[in-house]
Design a protein around this ligand. Structure first.
Ligand SMILES: [Zn+2]
Length: 476
């Protein structure tokens, strides 16, 4: 049994599910209130990252308009005494649930199964995740982004990449098996409004190179897997405009039947450095997969499970593909990946290759929003400093996405995507979980509101458990 093959098949082909609408939270999330945060310690995450103690921050018209300057009258005051302000967090690898069709199409039929967009976005906001990079982009994600932009839903900024793969065209999706089709797929994606391309595992060498090249011509950056076709010649995949590797596991797959050594990690770091290709280590997904291969209790006892749509809860618990393939050999293999990926984080850090935080949230056991804090802790455990881990979830991803002019650091003129914490995350990375409130595009969501949104979501999910069973999905 080829375990890494199972992983590839399962890990990124996450389906996007939907549910019946629950009552919409009545809210227009674009307010015109001026906010003043008093007495707060700012961790700006700029390059020099000089902490500004006991500062006053003014937020107006979605933006930070001043730091330690005059305070406008008629402002809503937020007491920042003893608290810490960091930029909103960015998750560079997510699969967000969106409307879909479990049935056959007819001429006038689109999606048949609907997911409340606020429910899908609440866990991001509750965890201070104010920007996400959707790596399984579909037209429904554009719809979600529009709802957020219109202020119907409070949610993160969304960068969206569609997945382009090779192999059997009957498998559906964007499948290309030669250079000319690859180039056309990129041009089509651009015409549809995508700004990025996600390359997937089954592209042949010719298609992958043409895809990355055409994307460069069209001004689209490429994030992706390292296609299996490059096994034994990994370096060849590192062509200009292949900007970001979606998992450390992509490198492990290139040497899947060999023992993985520190030297391998260092070699991969050098290949990446030479091509200016960044890395999403994505440690949490493999840890969660290992845990559920060992035992489904790891899913059942998860604190955050209640925030997952009931259809997915049922799938994770009662139709779990990872657990189905459980064996001591598979567990050993996953353990070896966990060790090797930590070594890769060290090797990439030493080589000076930028790393950005991504969770692969949407994969079973990896809960959107919550997983980002797990990933930060794993990165620190692997060898990043608290500061480096925070850089990987704020400034660096904003640079890769080319939105660093508007978010990613705390500076006057930038949009107020901010996280107010009860304790200093530079002292202990666990403190990113101590959230007092979140500014999302200048809108203040305090702890009380976060708790209300989360408890309403959990209540609804729990009340709908009997209605949504994975085995009945074709009926939805
Ligand atoms: Zn993924």
């Amino acid at each position: 049994m080829n375990y890494s093959k199972i992983l590839i098949l399962i890990i990124c082909i996450t389906f996007n599910l939907n549910a019946q609408n629950k009552s919409q939270i009545e809210n227009n999330f674009q307010d015109n209130i001026t906010y003043v945060i008093n007495n707060v310690n700012i961790i700006p995450m700029t390059k020099d990252n000089k902490v500004v103690e006991n500062a006053t921050v003014v937020i107006q018209n979605q933006k930070i308009i001043s730091i330690n300057d005059t305070i406008p009258t008629n402002a809503e005051i937020i007491d920042g005494t003893g608290k810490w302000l960091i930029p909103g967090l960015i998750d560079m690898h997510v699969h967000t649930n969106a409307d879909l069709n479990f049935k056959e199409n007819s001429s006038t039929q689109g999606a048949t199964f609907f997911m409340d967009t606020q429910d899908v976005m609440t866990t991001y906001i509750a965890n201070g995740v104010t920007t996400i990079f959707e790596l399984g982009g579909r037209v429904e994600h554009f719809g979600q982004r529009n709802e957020i932009t219109k202020g119907k839903v409070i949610g993160p900024r969304m960068a969206i990449a569609p997945m382009i793969n090779g192999g059997d065209p009957n498998n559906g999706g964007r499948i290309v098996n030669n250079a000319s089709d690859a180039r056309q797929a990129v041009r089509s994606a651009k015409a549809e409004g995508y700004n990025f391309i996600k390359a997937y595992s089954h592209l042949n060498i010719e298609s992958f190179k043409a895809l990355v090249d055409e994307a460069q011509k069209q001004g689209l950056k490429v994030v992706g897997h390292i296609p299996d076709s490059f096994k034994g010649k990994t370096e060849e995949a590192f062509v200009s405009n292949f900007g970001l590797v979606a998992h450390a596991e992509e490198f492990s797959k290139q040497i899947r039947n060999q023992e993985k050594t520190k030297e391998d990690a260092q070699r991969f770091a050098q290949i990446s450095k030479k091509n200016n290709t960044w890395l999403i280590p994505n440690l949490i997904a493999i840890v969660k997969i290992r845990d559920q291969v060992q035992s489904l209790d790891s899913i059942g006892t998860m604190e955050s499970l209640k925030y997952v749509h009931p259809l997915l809860q049922d799938k994770w618990l009662n139709s779990n593909n990872y657990n189905k393939h459980s064996s001591p050999k598979f567990i050993n293999y996953l353990d070896s990946l966990i060790i090797f990926h930590k070594e890769m984080v060290v090797a990439f850090k030493e080589a000076g290759v930028p790393m950005v935080v991504g969770t692969d949230a949407g994969v079973s056991g990896v809960v959107t929003g919550f997983a980002l804090h797990d990933e930060l802790e794993l990165l620190v455990d692997a060898g990043l400093t608290n500061h480096e881990a925070l850089v990987s979830a704020t400034r660096l991803p904003s640079e890769w996405l080319e939105i660093n002019e508007i978010v990613g650091t705390i500076e006057v003129g930038k949009y107020a995507d901010l996280l107010l914490l009860d304790a200093n995350p530079l002292e202990n990375i666990h403190n990113t979980r101590k959230i007092n409130g979140v500014f999302v595009n200048g809108n203040w969501v305090d702890k009380k509101k976060i708790d209300k949104m989360l408890s309403e979501l959990a209540d609804w999910n729990t009340s709908m458990k009997e209605k949504y069973k994975w085995k009945n999905r074709k009926e939805y």
